[in-house]
Design a protein around this ligand. Sequence first.
Ligand code: C5P
Length: 274
Amino acid sequence: TIPQHLAGKKVVITAGPTVEAIDPVRYLSNHSSGKMGFALAQACVEAGAQVTLVAGGKVALPTPLGVTRIDVLSAAEMLTTVQQCVSGEHPALLALTERTQDSTHQSLHKHEHEHGDCDCHDSPEPIEQQSLQDNSLQHADIFIATAAVADYRTEEAAPQKIKKTQDAMTLNLVKNPDILATISHAYPDMFVVGFAAETQDVEHYARGKLAAKDLDLIACNDVSRADIGFASDDNAMQVFFSERYNHDSITLEKANKDKIAAQLTSIIGEAIWQ
Ligand code: C5P
């Protein structure tokens, strides 16, 4: 049996690349497969969490069982969607809460009916509706950003397909919002996990991002290694903690992403109870 480190916790995870339109048929993107984020979503569900997975680009992976998945394209869309998911106000989550309420009412009503405690004639009273509603609007407990968000987007996507009439052309790019830093700064009491892909000075850059984005934990992989990361099924990581935790870094040896995800989930589960 898997330890239920995250029982009752609400987790929001970003995964995959973002897609930034150039015109109606072309875009800027990257080779992120989404595998790490999807594996983490599954591991978090198995550890007892309620998981919302915001998948960017066109991730071609099946949705892990029990996970609420929302597909987006661009970084801007990912940010808006993550904000709604973290606050619990995304329509997909509200619909989920309504369904939970309905089934709770039905089973409560059935129970009372069977025990003769029910004085209704047909439809059940909205029992405990208020408390369920309030609970749905509590913000998420944990945010994990695995998405490879494009650093830049086109200033404006062309409304029509661009014709190849010029010998050279320039795309004007503007910086995308940092989803991880925006969410982390907006919810200081939430447990926030970032990822970093570095080719050199891994610890130095990881600690810089940990501080700049105000993270609790950062998982770092060395993308100069050809055998791990990005589209690979395997990964190897070094995990660094915020100074708040007074915790040494942890090395996760090369393993498939499902195993790395399970290990990371345990690390997160242990850290949130500290
Ligand atoms: O700054 P860098 O891109 O290396 O940071 C990586 C971390 O920040 C990852 O967790 C990534 O998902 C997140 N990030 C983000 N929004 C961005 C850029 C990065 O959420 N615009």
